[in-house]
Write a protein of this length. Structure first.
Length: 674
């Protein structure tokens, strides 16, 4: 054993599941001295979560790997609802659209959690030396509350221990499943390489001092328990099974309902479509997945009230789950030879009463909220928690943003966790047994529920309230406030044309998650001489000393080792692309760097592109921006709208930044290095 003491780091992440990896991404991207540990010997490879909502994919696009997800994943935008028809026979009752095509470039998509983790890990590796330290557990946690008040202090002490080979070989729920039987054919090469690194760690105990700690350690969170933060909610008495199989089934369209949509889809196999099937003895959820796999969520047992804690899950087998599917899906057939993964779970809806201690220790993901997996939201919410928290902790640790910004994590994410639990309660009830008379209305109830919660579930609405990073009441007087920009919400993605080369790109990719705030100068029609003058005046205001000191772009502490300024500017005009030149724009909007040349990626145009039908020149209209006047918007590093105003409102915008960003010290205070 090696004993190490007193290692000092900026921050420590406990848990390398979806929320922990997402938080770690920001540390890597912003160059923060951080560590991430996980008690698992490897990442997961099969099973677990699989559903990705559109907003999560938008975030992946801003991180640079959404194309890898789409290359491997299975997508779908409709849900079939099946139930007993007039003669009690299964019929397809409805076909619901689960997306709004013009809301996002992305739709509901399914890919194994292990692959998502692969992509985030790769992105972390591309950006830094940060690596997940595996087979490491936490032993003790101490937090010195008084030290927490000093931003320079390291108030957190954590003892870490590497697990011994004996401990790693203790059976756990994952190993009881299929992971120990993985063969080379089951895995893609990059995952196989990862698996090959097992057992390469040295045993040691060490004490780590940290400025910040993020507990992403799952539903049974050790961190939460150390902080004595209680959870509210309870387990239900319903036990469900999940199987990922290559299904052999003749489950298909109903011939009994004459319906236009059904005629159109008469050749489709419903085993490869998301379906909720209510048979005479229960309701199952059918989810087609990548590589021809289909997932089934199956009710296997209901315990007597209050006895489920004593329920022995080991009595459930894949064979039993198969029999239940056969029973519910009859008269259609269902068999399988290949089972990729299976598990048994109990529905519980719980939420932690707090998510932070002193804005130094935070909880994220399942450590805060647990609920039924059938909604496909746990991983999405966890990824989005980690994303929301990660940039704030990274930039606070870097000295770029004011530490009080960390308060917005609880303010923004905890109400969403409550909404999630509320949604789950309603949703899960629709899967439980209902009285016979109610079965006919089940499809209607599901359709109504989906419609009500759709924007929330897809991650399109987050309702972030006013704070130092969300200015809800613009100080400017009149005019050109875009109707469809809401401070605290995401910027609706559109495809724009690059002014230099004409190539179209989604705004989700344009606004990279690299830690910088972005000023979007929606410059309007710059052929107009008055509008051109307004842009000139704007750029002069950017460069001039405001009443309170240095010019905006040189006013704030950068992201050390990454960016000199934490603010980036994009110009999006709406003149016809062919009638404007890149060099028509003032140089501050397209600066020259000797290493990268002119900033060709900074000037964009909302005009149609002949070879890309998604780039149709309607962004201004759909954002509700006046094409003549344009507008000014600040986008936070996580692509939510922070502030908006008129092109003249540079002073007000500076006040917004002053509330968030740390000012550079006056030149006389910068220590001289000898
Ligand atoms: P976890 O994924 O639980 O990760 C926690 C990590 O912390 C683990 O790697 C663990 O090893 C580590 N850890 C724990 N304690 C310690 C410690 N003391 N020291 C070191 N490391 C520690 N969600 C969806 O969005 N869509 C879906 O389709 C979906 N389907 C699901 C299907 C099933 C069958 C299940 C079970 C879940 C599903 N979920 C789904 C939910 C999703 O898996 C979770 O919400 C998500 O994994 C939570 O991420 P997390 O990072 O917060 O926690």
């Amino acid at each position: 054993w090696v004993d190490l003491h007193g290692l000092i780091i900026s921050r420590l992440v406990i848990g390398a599941g979806p929320s922990g990896l997402m938080a770690a991404y920001w540390m890597a991207r912003c160059g923060i001295n951080a560590r991430i540990i996980d008690k698992r010997e490897t990442k997961i490879f099969v099973g677990h979560a699989d559903g990705l909502r559109p907003r999560t994919l938008e975030l992946f696009d801003s991180m640079g790997f959404q194309h890898r997800v789409l290359h491997e994943a299975s997508e779908s935008t409709e849900v079939n609802l099946w139930g007993p028809g007039d003669q009690g026979k299964l019929v397809r009752q409805a076909l619901l659209d689960m997306t709004q095509a013009d809301h996002s470039p992305y739709h509901n998509t399914r890919l194994s959690q292990g692959r998502i983790e692969r992509f985030i890990l790769d992105s972390i590796h591309e950006n830094s030396d940060l690596r997940v330290e595996r087979s490491v557990v936490t032993e003790t946690l101490e937090y010195e509350e008084k030290l927490g008040l000093d931003p320079e202090a390291y108030p957190i002490t954590v003892k870490l221990r590497t697990l011994s080979p004996e401990e790693l070989n203790t059976p756990n729920s994952d190993k009881q499943n299929f992971e120990t039987e993985l063969t080379h054919e089951d895995l893609l090469q990059d995952d196989w390489d990862d698996l090959g690194q097992r057992g390469s760690h040295k045993e040691k105990v060490e004490t780590v001092k940290a400025k910040y700690l993020i507990g992403c350690d799952g539903a049974h969170s050790w961190t939460r328990k150390q902080l004595e933060i209680p959870t509210e909610g309870s387990n239900t008495d319903h036990i469900w099974g999940v199987i990922d199989v290559i299904a052999i089934s003749n489950f298909r369209k109903s011939k009994t309902i004459p319906h236009d949509q059904l005629r159109l889809t008469s050749t489709l196999a419903d085993i490869r479509r998301v379906s909720v099937v209510t048979g005479t003895t229960g309701t199952i959820l059918v989810i087609p997945r990548e590589r021809g796999i289909t997932r089934f969520y199956v009710p296997v047992q209901t315990c007597e009230a209050g006895t489920s804690d004593r329920f022995d899950r080991s009595i459930i087998t894949p064979k039993m789950i198969k029999s239940r599917v056969q029973e519910i899906i009859a008269p259609y057939t269902f068999e399988f030879e290949v089972c990729d993964w299976w598990t048994v779970y109990q529905i519980g809806q719980r939420i932690a009463t707090q998510v932070t201690r002193g804005d130094r220790i935070f909880l994220a993901g399942d450590a805060v909220h647990t609920h039924s997996p059938k909604m496909g939201l746990g991983m999405n919410m966890s990824l989005q928690d980690g994303f929301n928290l990660g940039w704030k902790v990274a930039l606070a640790a870097a000295g770029t943003i004011k530490p009080e910004t960390l308060k917005t994590y609880e303010l923004e994410r905890h109400p969403l966790a409550k909404m999630l639990i509320e949604f789950d309660r309603h949703w899960v009830n629709l899967f439980l047994d209902v009285e016979p008379g109610e079965k006919d209305t089940k499809a209607e109830s599901m359709a109504a529920m989906s419609a009500k919660f759709e924007n929330f579930a897809h991650g399109w609405n987050v309702y972030y309230p006013a704070s130092n990073i969300v200015s809800k009441s613009p100080e400017h007087g009149d005019a050109a406030i875009p109707q469809n920009f809401v401070p605290g919400e995401r910027i609706h993605p559109f495809k724009l044309r690059n002014q230099a080369d004409g190539c179209p790109q989604w705004t989700t990719r344009l606004l990279k998650s690299d830690g910088r705030f972005r000023i979007l100068l929606l410059a309007g029609d710059v052929r107009d001489s008055i509008q051109k003058q307004r842009i000139e005046t704007f750029t002069q205001a950017l460069g001039s000393r405001s009443a309170s000191g240095s010019p905006l772009l040189d006013r704030y502490t950068g992201i050390p080792g990454r960016f000199e300024s934490p603010i980036d500017i994009f110009t999006i005009h709406c003149s016809p692309w062919k009638e404007v030149e890149f060099f028509d724009f003032p140089e501050v909007l397209r600066p020259l760097s000797m290493s990268t040349g002119y900033a060709y990626d900074k000037i964009w145009c909302d005009d149609a592109c002949i070879f890309d039908r998604y780039c149709d020149g309607t962004a201004y209209e759909k954002w509700g921006v006046d094409r003549a006047l344009g507008t000014l918007v600040v986008i936070r590093p996580d692509q939510y709208i922070g502030w908006m105003g008129n092109i003249e409102d540079v002073e007000e915008m500076t006040r917004y930044f002053d509330g968030v960003l740390v000012r550079k010290p006056p030149v006389s205070e910068i220590p001289t290095v000898i």
